[in-house]
Design a protein. Structure first.
Length: 249
């Protein structure tokens, strides 16, 4: 039993938001979703290892070797191997179905993804997490999902130049403010990138072509004065930010 029920020592904390459950039979209940903290990069994790984890070697060498390790891990995964890190395994997974033993997989019908399977040490650490319910999320307007429709990735990554679909509520880009639009906001605080190629622009769906972000992890930001109808606009621009972070593949 984990710390949600207060039965073990608290070592970690995770916050969640409540979202209305619109699934059939779920009326009046809520779905929980983690309220994501900042994304840590290799340098930040290595700094934490040096400051908190007791590592006493050279920091720059640590960063270099960790990056080399992950690069080699990715190489081995692409050759079909499962990599066991002791805390979790990463393995390639081919989706979709094949109709006959002789049918050749395609990227459209059989997208390749990489999955994580936690092992006992990771599961035991999970039992030391206390979950805080941080109230109901603001459901006035939100970005629910981002899908790279060519790579079949959801809320995780994208290829520059690929088509995308964003689903949400009241996300239509509308109004007279010149600052309205869809933007990629690098989490390192550098300049935002405006998405200029928009093909569909509706209240619950926006589609277009993704620009490049120089390899920086980004959040999606929609700035709009759309209130909910075609002839009524907000006086001040509404800013809608994705809860998830996207990586440029």
């Amino acid at each position: 039993m984990n710390l949600t029920y207060g039965t073990k020592q608290v070592m970690h904390r995770i916050r969640v938001k409540l979202y209305p459950n619109y699934l059939p039979g779920g009326e009046g209940t809520f779905l929980t979703r983690t309220d994501s903290e900042a994304v840590l990069d290799v340098e930040q994790v290595c700094a934490a290892l040096s400051e908190r984890g007791g590592y006493q070697g050279d920091y720059d060498h640590l960063v270099y070797n960790v990056k080399r390790f992950f690069k080699e891990t990715a190489y081995q995964l692409c050759d079909g191997f499962t990599v066991n890190t002791e805390y979790f395994s990463i393995y390639p997974n081919l989706g979709g179905i094949l109709k006959t033993p002789h049918e050749k997989p395609t990227t459209e019908k059989n997208p390749l993804s990489f999955r994580i399977r936690p092992h006992k040490p990771m599961r035991e650490m999970g039992e030391t997490i206390e979950v805080f319910v941080d109230g109901e999320a603001d459901e006035t307007a939100y970005i629910e999902t981002f899908v790279d429709t060519e790579a079949h990735w959801t809320n995780t990554a994208y290829h520059a130049g690929n088509m995308f679909t964003i689903h949400g509520s009241k996300i239509k880009i509308d109004g007279s403010d010149p600052g309205n639009g869809l933007f990629l906001a690098p989490i390192d605080g550098s300049a935002e990138i405006k998405v200029s190629r928009i093909s569909e622009n509706h209240a619950s769906k926006v589609t277009g072509i993704m620009p490049a972000s120089a390899g920086k992890p980004v959040k999606l930001i929609i700035r709009t004065q759309y209130e909910g109808s075609s002839n009524k606009f907000l006086k001040n621009t509404r800013v809608i930010t994705s809860r998830f972070v996207l990586e440029e593949a």
